[in-house]
Design a protein around this ligand. Sequence first.
Ligand SMILES: [Zn+2]
Ligand SMILES: [Zn+2]
Ligand SMILES: [Zn+2]
Length: 503
Amino acid sequence: MSAENSVSEILYAKVFTNQHLLENILSYLSDDFRKNLNVRLLNKRINNTFLRLIRRNHRKMKIEYAYDIEHFETRLKDYIYINYRKINNQDVLPYFIFLNTVVGVKVEKITTRRLWMLEKKFKRRLHDLIHSQLIGTNGTHIQSLINLEEICDGCVKCSNIAQKCLEYGPLRFSTLQTMIYSKNYKKLHVTDKLFENIAEYCISKSKNKDECFKELDKTILSTISCDKLAIWVNESRIFPEDGEGLEYDHRHMPREVIDIILRKWNVKSIKLSMLHITNEQMCSVEWLQYDYFTRVRLNDPYLGTKQSDLKFNHVEVSLSYSQGCVRGLGNLPPETNPPAAYDNFIPNIRRMFPTDRISMELSHWYFVPKIDIEKKMSTILQVVSMEQQHNLSLDIKFFVKSGIVKKLNEETKREELLGVASGYVHQEKRLHCFKKSSPFNAKHGPEVFIDNKWIGRRFQVRDTVHQFNFNLDVYIKEKELEKGFDKQLLQEYPNSFVKHFFA
Ligand SMILES: [Zn+2]
Ligand SMILES: [Zn+2]
Ligand SMILES: [Zn+2]
């Protein structure tokens, strides 16, 4: 044996007996473990560590379908993403069986997204595999199951698991009807469609308004409580017989249904998710034939919205998958044409879900604005302070392209750096966050979603008289900032917006 060989053997031995080092090395391989299964064969210790890492990586699972919105028509449907990695549909079964039998996963949280867009046969199979291989009939380890009913529209398997979870939903009406037990959920998810279904069910069971509200009282039980209620609102719904002038919009919701849920479930805080597409696109029209329920819409003129006497700790708003609502914040170019009037959004939230604290997150993937930061900031300020807000603390996470900070002067043909819109004061606070996204190549999705680092700066508007405090946290991708800006240009514009990112 050569000296060199024995040195490397000593090194091998050191690595393999040092659990910490071994885990570090294997964590790279276990990340994409399906390509690295052969390392398991090296020895038993490696095998055990390797499997333990896979088990750890699969305590939380995100199973989703993603596609390029610009290639909606031609998108392929032969893959899904599992924990942000692309898996061909035919590999899903062996993947899950491996996780279940060899790895022995204990999955605690499963979030699915847009699986309804897959082929019918495959998605049914996927639904059943998630139950049989990942959750198990007893659901011993599962704590959160989010959005699986999107595939089955509510089934016995799902409603059984709903009873075991701390976080569950969105509930279909059939699942709601099984919730006759007593339980405190950390978080329940509902959709605008569920509100309609509840209203129509109560109407169908009654002869007049009085009976209808008695039925409503029997349908929503106070044995259920939830700390946080997540409401999913579809921004592009249609009426069944709206042949001509077909308009995609956010539609009316029955206010009394929402209110009784908030009250009886003892909801403490709210999350609103505005979604530009879901599989519950068709409105129910039956309930609109009766004047039993008050109609509310988050983009209706706010003066018509009745003030609720409830109070919530916090309203969190996700606009990550919104089109209409982000447009309302002046965040889409004028040529796109989603529904309007979302400038009523915040005043309506404060009437329906009274709170002193609202935080919003805008999209980091689609519709990331790239033109005129100064104007964007002032439009946002104009919209959020349309109604003179009292006692409100508002935080917005705003993701932008780096090009948004400059503009070309048409006359001089020179680039100029834009400033901070008036009203805002920069806060000396360094922020960052990580967001997963990856570019699509037409109908092909990326192999894996990359975790991008975003660097943020806080710009604040304070109105001490009205106790209105607004933080606009603007984020730019670190990679785009690294490409840098002309030093001379930065010096030429000492008050530029982007200078704060290099201070
Ligand atoms: Zn189901
Ligand atoms: Zn209306
Ligand atoms: Zn500064």
